[in-house]
Design a binder for this molecule. Structure first.
Ligand SMILES: [Zn+2]
Ligand SMILES: [Zn+2]
Length: 346
C-alpha cells in the first residue's frame, strides 16, 4: 500500500510503498477513505511524543470501511462504514471497565502507538470497544474530522466543563479544537467569547457561534477584556491551543468557582506550564484535562449532528491528496488556513 512514512524525527516524510497491514485478533483493517491533518501529527513527527517508534506512519483522524476483521471481532464485518476516537481503550483494564476508555492504561492510538492512517489502509486494535458506525448521511471527510479535535472538545464542553445554558465560555485559540468548542458550547446555549491573534480567525469563530471576540494581538490585557465582557469572568474557559500564555489566561479569566479545561496539548518545553495557583485556591477554581472521548459517548454527539444542532462539516477546510500530505504535515506549526485539512485522495 501507499503510505506517508518518516524514518527520522524532523526529516521530510515521503510517500512510499509499504506492506499491507493485517488485523490483530481483536482488531480490524480499515480502508481509509478520509483522514484529517492535526498538529498532534506534527508533534509526533518532531519527536515530541514518546509513543512514536521509527520508522513511522502518522494519521489518527480517520474514517473508512472495514476491510478485514480479526478472529475475536464480533460487532463488525467487511464493508461497515466506521470511524474511531483517537484514543482507543483496550476494553480490559480498570479504566475501561469504569467507562473511561479515553485514559486507558493500554490505549491504542493509530498514528502514535502504531502506524496511522496517512495510508491506503490502517490496522485498528480493540475494534469491538472502539469502532463507531457512521450514519448513512455522514460523509467520510466530515466523519474523519470528528475523531480528535471535535470529540475532545465535546468531552471538554459537555462532560468535563459541564457547560450550562446562559453561562459564559471563553475559548482561547480558534484552530480546529477551538472552533469545535465554540460550536458545541453555543449549541448548548452558552455565550462564547473567542480569543485569537487574527481577525480572520475571529470572524470565522463568530460564524461558528461566538457572541464576542478578543484579539490577543491588539489587546494588552486579555484577562481584563474577558472579565469586562462577562462582568466578572467566564464560568468555563478552554485553552484550545496548548501554550503557557493561553493556559495561564484561561485560568486567570475565570470567575469564582469557574472551570478551566486544558485541551490543547502541552508538550516539549511547555509540559510544565505555570498556573495561577493562588487564584485556584482562593476562588475554588476547577482545573481539568480533556483527552479524547469514549466511543460510547459518540451517540449523543451524533444525535446533535443528525438534527443539525452541530455542523462539523463547516470546520472542514481543504481536501488534499496523500501525495500533498508530507508538505502539509511539515507546515502544521504555522497555523495557516481556516478549518481542518482532510486527505481524501489516496
Ligand atoms: Zn488530531
Ligand atoms: Zn483499557
Amino acid at each position: 500500500m501507499k503510505a506517508v512514512l518518516f524514518e527520522q524525527f524532523g526529516q521530510p516524510p515521503r510517500v512510499q510503498n509499504v506492506p499491507d497491514p493485517t488485523p490483530s485478533a481483536e482488531g480490524v483493517v480499515i480502508k481509509v477513505e478520509a483522514t484529517g491533518l492535526c498538529r498532534s501529527d506534527w508533534h509526533g513527527w518532531m519527536g515530541h511524543d514518546p509513543d512514536v517508534v521509527l520508522p513511522h506512519v502518522p494519521g489518527h483522524e480517520l474514517a473508512g470501511t472495514v476491510l478485514a476483521t480479526g478472529k475475536q471481532v464480533t460487532r463488525w464485518k467487511t464493508g461497515d462504514r466506521v470511524t474511531v476516537p483517537f484514543v482507543g481503550g483496550c476494553g480490559h483494564c480498570h479504566e475501561c471497565h469504569s467507562g473511561n476508555h479515553q485514559v486507558c492504561e493500554q490505549q491504542f492510538q493509530p498514528g502514535f502507538t502504531a502506524w496511522g492512517s496517512f495510508a491506503e489502509y490502517v490496522a485498528v486494535d480493540y475494534a469491538d470497544t472502539n469502532l463507531v458506525a457512521l450514519p448513512e448521511e455522514l460523509d467520510f471527510a466530515t466523519a474523519a474530522s470528528l475523531g480528535c479535535r471535535f470529540v475532545t472538545s465535546f468531552r471538554a464542553i459537555v462532560d468535563q466543563g459541564r457547560v450550562k445554558p446562559g453561562e459564559w465560555v471563553a475559548v482561547h485559540g480558534c484552530g480546529g479544537v477551538g472552533l469545535s468548542a465554540i460550536m458545541i458550547a453555543s449549541a448548548m446555549g452558552a455565550n462564547v467569547i473567542a480569543i485569537d491573534l487574527t481577525d480572520e480567525k475571529l470572524a470565522f469563530a463568530k460564524a461558528m457561534g461566538a457572541v464576542a471576540t478578543v484579539n490577543a494581538r491588539d489587546s494588552k490585557d486579555v484577562v481584563g477584556a474577558v472579565k469586562d465582557i462577562t462582568k466578572g469572568g467566564a464560568h468555563v474557559s478552554i485553552d484550545a491551543l496548548g501554550h503557557p500564555a493561553t493556559c495561564f489566561n484561561s485560568i486567570a479569566n475565570l470567575r469564582r468557582r469557574g472551570r478551566h479545561v486544558q485541551v490543547g496539548l502541552m508538550v516539549g518545553e511547555h509540559a510544565r506550564a505555570q498556573v495561577p495557583m493562588a487564584q485556584i485556591i482562593a476562588h475554588e477554581l476547577e482545573v481539568y484535562g480533556s483527552h479524547g472521548m469514549q466511543a460510547f459517548r459518540y451517540q449523543d454527539m451524533m444525535a446533535m449532528i443528525r438534527t443539525d444542532k452541530l455542523a462539523p462539516q463547516k470546520l472542514v477546510g481543504k481536501h488534499i491528496s496523500l501525495d500533498e500530505a508530507p508538505d502539509a504535515l511539515m507546515a502544521m506549526d504555522r497555523f495557516e488556513g481556516l478549518g481542518i485539512s482532510v486527505i481524501t485522495r489516496f
